[in-house]
Design a protein around this ligand. Structure first.
Ligand SMILES: Cc1cc2nc3c(=O)[nH]c(=O)nc-3n(C[C@H](O)[C@H](O)[C@H](O)COP(=O)(O)OP(=O)(O)OC[C@H]3O[C@@H](n4cnc5c(N)ncnc54)[C@H](O)[C@@H]3O)c2cc1C
Length: 350
């Protein structure tokens, strides 16, 4: 086989892969190929909420998220076991008007094309020879790379090189509805996760998350939740996906890198992965530019400790006495304080 030669090949054109590609292009590395198994605009199972910091991270790459249908839904409610515990004037969580990420990902993808990215869509890996730095794709073509970046999500091709397979499950359904504009975050629906109901512009997105247990019937949990919230909609379009819990190996073989969900760059407590995806893609590309894998390893070590902390918080937060304190004491008597912490913590830290 004749192999085409590239400086860097990126597998997956989601936020993390495109962030890596854009950073390489900015630094004059134009011998880059991105390979994407879907065709844009493609849908991704994700609620697509973004915080102020994520908005800024997209802005730094040159993408204005308001042009991708993003704005603030002001009415934000925290609910436990069907009972409203706190109402917040939301200042931190931006949402697409279709409560969907398709528009955001398509906007970012088009930006990368404008900047000159070479992308092959509808193409996935058939085989990978780690020793000889070669890949063969579903279109029959082969490539030889100097550096390879796996940006193909929690369960993509790259995950075969990883040991840490712990994950959260997340399911969601988007359907037309006349529900008023609001965001609801529900606790007590799953054991170690939360549920959401977001409505805007005639569309509702309902989702649940939990630490994944293979014997649990999450579809029934989801359907019961829908029923309790008074939605009688067809669940045939119910989508589910995983998010990683904890970081994974950032580099193997000195020139094979992992970014975004593929390296576990997703907050295990909140499932906020877009900002970490952008950041890890950028850091990985910077490490390639500086020819120093150590830069990227150190960045992932930092994330490891942050996520360990979030994982511990996840364990503590879902304990029954803590839930009682948070919802029956803090939300009831210190609602204003909790709102400020919510808005400021998420605006400043996430
Ligand atoms: C239900 C749900 C809700 C979520 N909600 C939020 C949220 O509100 N806010 C937030 O910040 N995060 C959220 N997340 C997390 C977020 O979706 C991820 O962290 C983020 O998408 C990671 O970006 P990525 O680029 O690493 O991977 P992805 O976005 O998964 O992109 C991977 C890309 O690789 C492609 N691909 C996969 N395999 C191959 C292959 N073999 N060859 C070529 N291409 C391949 C895929 O088609 C895809 O385009 C949610 C996750 C789920 C599951």
């Amino acid at each position: 086989m004749v192999y085409e030669k590239y400086g860097t090949v990126i597998v997956g054109a989601g936020p993390s892969g495109l962030a890596a590609a854009l950073t390489l292009l900015e630094n004059g590395y134009d011998n880059v190929l991105a390979v994407e198994k879907a065709a844009f605009p493609r849908s991704k199972c994700c609620a697509g909420y973004i915080t102020e910091k994520t908005k800024k991270a997209y802005g730094d790459f040159g993408l204005d998220v308001s042009e991708c249908g993003y704005s603030l839904i002001k009415d934000f409610n925290i609910i436990r076991r069907g009972e409203k515990r706190l109402g917040i004037i939301n200042k931190f969580l931006y949402t697409n008007r279709k409560i969907d990420r398709t528009e955001l990902d398509f906007g970012f993808f088009n930006l990368a094309l404008e900047k000159g990215l070479n992308v092959r869509q509808n193409t996935h890996i058939i085989s990978h020879d780690v020793k000889n730095n070669t890949l063969v794709f579903s279109d029959g073509r082969g490539v030889e790379y100097e550096n390879l970046i796996f940006a193909d999500g929690t369960s993509g091709f790259g995950c075969r090189y990883q040991k840490n397979k712990r994950k959260n499950i997340a399911m969601q359904l988007v359907f037309p509805s006349g529900a008023p504009e609001s965001i609801e975050i529900h606790f007590g629906v799953t054991k170690r996760g939360y549920a959401w109901v977001s409505s805007c512009g005639g569309v509702t997105n309902v989702g649940i998350t939990d630490v994944f247990k293979c014997k649990k019937d999450y579809k029934s949990v989801f359907e019961n939740f829908l029923k309790e919230r008074g939605f009688s909609t067809d669940t045939r379009n119910l989508k589910s996906s995983f998010t990683p819990i904890g970081t994974r190996k950032p580099v193997i073989n000195k020139n094979v890198f992992f970014v975004g969900d593929a390296v576990g760059a997703c907050d295990p407590l909140t499932l906020s992965g877009l900002r970490y995806g952008l950041q890890s893609g950028k850091k990985c590309a910077q490490a390639i530019v500086k020819n120093s894998g150590g830069i990227y390893r150190r960045y992932i070590s930092g994330l490891k400790f942050r996520f360990l902390l979030m994982k511990t918080m996840q364990k503590i937060f879902y304990l029954k006495p803590v839930q009682f304190l948070v919802f029956n004491v803090f939300c009831k008597f210190f609602g204003g304080f909790v709102s400020r912490v919510f808005n400021n913590f998420f605006v400043n830290k996430k």
